[in-house]
Design a protein around this ligand. Structure first.
Ligand code: ASP
Ligand code: MG
Length: 422
């Protein structure tokens, strides 16, 4: 059994959905569990609906109409028969959401967000599964909320592994005895009280890994609009190169440093069961992509990872005392309270510097830190990580940039820089 994951770009319009069907057709003898994200930029559009609904700062229904129109265009491109059951299914999902928008929010924003945003994946999987059946690929739609069991940390739900493993085998595992292709939603799960949760943005890769782990899949394939895992984001690096092979270790490091090609949580479940992960292009499906497994990567290829919108925060004791373990533990607990992840840190005798993503809670964080420390910060920075760095690589990425902080180990260099022309 293989797990496939198709992201938003791979189902962004009617032709893209047709292409997904062509890819699945190439695996006639296989049992497939196919995980699909919301179509195109639907998650962003539904986030706007959630904000307007909860904060009452816009017309939620008007924003929902944009999502409806977009899906209708895709439906029209895929189904000629206006009485096809797909219309009833998708209308049902949309009416339920439309109806919920009439009410007042019942809980906090994160809860409401998950109830609204999850509709994107429900819609996409309904459309794709009906389409596949209509072109002769028999498949079964599975509600991911019957299998992925989570806690109630809305927008960043934690998987309850024992419950999920049992439910996945009972539901999906059993269905695989009678069906060759199962279609389910990425990104979403369910609490013990039957409320919908989400696993964090771009979480569909993680869903694919969870299902592969629970079902002991032979492999996972993530179908993307790039040829595989590249050694740099082609947006910043036009001559980026593809890795043919990467180890689990290297890929988890790359995603940790900010490579956005795979969700960071995807690797661990796969590594734990030694399930290989293939990252392949849905545009050139017959081309070899990147294989992530225990095998080591090509050692000579450097990787360049850029994180923009970074803030460098320097924290100094007010009375010129040393930054010692006690103050560090207090500082870490403040970052934890604000749920802010530290991308890089460095300390000296009397200062502790951290690089973090710019966040809406930055002022609040500063306020809290300033109660006990002198705090300085610098916004609009870039964090550049180079793995397997070379002198030429350094020169290439650093021209015109001012280095504010630098850290190097034998393999990895990290630099916080001011972008060009500033
Ligand atoms: N649709 C979700 C998002 O855009 C999940 C995913 O695409 O993986 O974040
Ligand atoms: Mg996506």
């Amino acid at each position: 059994m293989k797990v496939f994951k198709f992201g938003g770009a791979s189902v962004k319009d009617a032709n893209a959905v047709k292409n997904v069907a062509e890819i699945i057709k190439c695996y006639p003898g296989d049992k497939l569990v196919v995980v699909i994200s919301a179509m195109g930029k639907t998650t962003n559009a539904l986030e706007e609906v959630a904000k307007a609904f909860f904060y009452k700062n816009g017309d939620a229904k008007e924003k929902l109409q944009v999502v409806i129109d977009y899906h209708n265009t895709i439906l029209t491109g895929l189904f000629e028969d206006k009485k096809h059951p797909v219309f009833e299914d998708t209308n049902g999902l949309i009416s339920a959401l439309d109806w919920a928008l009439e009410d007042e929010p019942i809980k906090d924003y994160d809860f409401e967000y998950d109830q609204i945003v999850s509709v994107g994946e429900l819609l996409s999987t309904k459309i794709v599964s009906h389409y596949l059946n209509s072109v002769g690929i028999a498949c079964k739609w599975v509600d991911a909320r019957d299998i992925i069991q989570t806690d109630n940390t809305y927008r960043d739900a934690r998987v309850d592994w024992p419950l999920t493993e049992a439910a996945t085998n009972e539901t999906a595992g059993a269905l695989l005895n009678t069906h060759s292709v199962l279609i389910t939603q990425g990104f979403i799960g369910c609490t013990s009280e039957n409320y919908t949760t989400t696993l964090g943005r771009e979480g569909s890769d993680y869903t694919a890994a969870i299902l592969a782990y629970c079902l002991n899949a032979e492999s996972v394939t993530i179908w993307k609009d790039v040829p595989g895992v590249l050694n740099a984001d082609p947006k910043y690096f036009p001559d980026a190169q593809k890795f043919d092979k990467l180890s689990y270790y290297d890929s988890i490091e790359l995603t940790y440093y900010g490579a956005t090609v795979i969700h960071p949580k995807t690797i661990k479940p796969l590594e734990n069961k030694k399930i290989p992960l293939y990252v392949k292009s849905f545009i050139n499906a017959d081309k070899e992509g990147t294989t992530i497994s225990d095998a080591p990567m090509q050692p000579h290829l450097s990787s360049y990872i850029f994180k923009v919108n970074q803030v460098l925060v320097s924290i100094l004791p007010k009375d010129f005392s040393f930054i010692a373990e006690e103050s560090l533990s207090e500082i870490f607990s403040i970052f934890t309270t604000f749920n802010i992840k530290i991308n890089l840190m460095q300390n000296s005798a009397i200062s502790f510097s951290v690089c973090i993503d710019d966040t809406a809670r930055l002022d609040e964080l500063m306020g809290e830190l300033k109660k006990s420390y002198k705090v300085l910060h610098n916004k609009g920075l870039e964090l550049i990580t180079i793995r397997n760095y070379t002198k030429e690589g350094f020169d290439k990425v650093l021209t015109g940039k001012k280095i504010l902080l630098e850290q190097r180990t034998r393999n990895t260099a990290q630099l916080v820089v001011l972008p060009e022309n500033e």
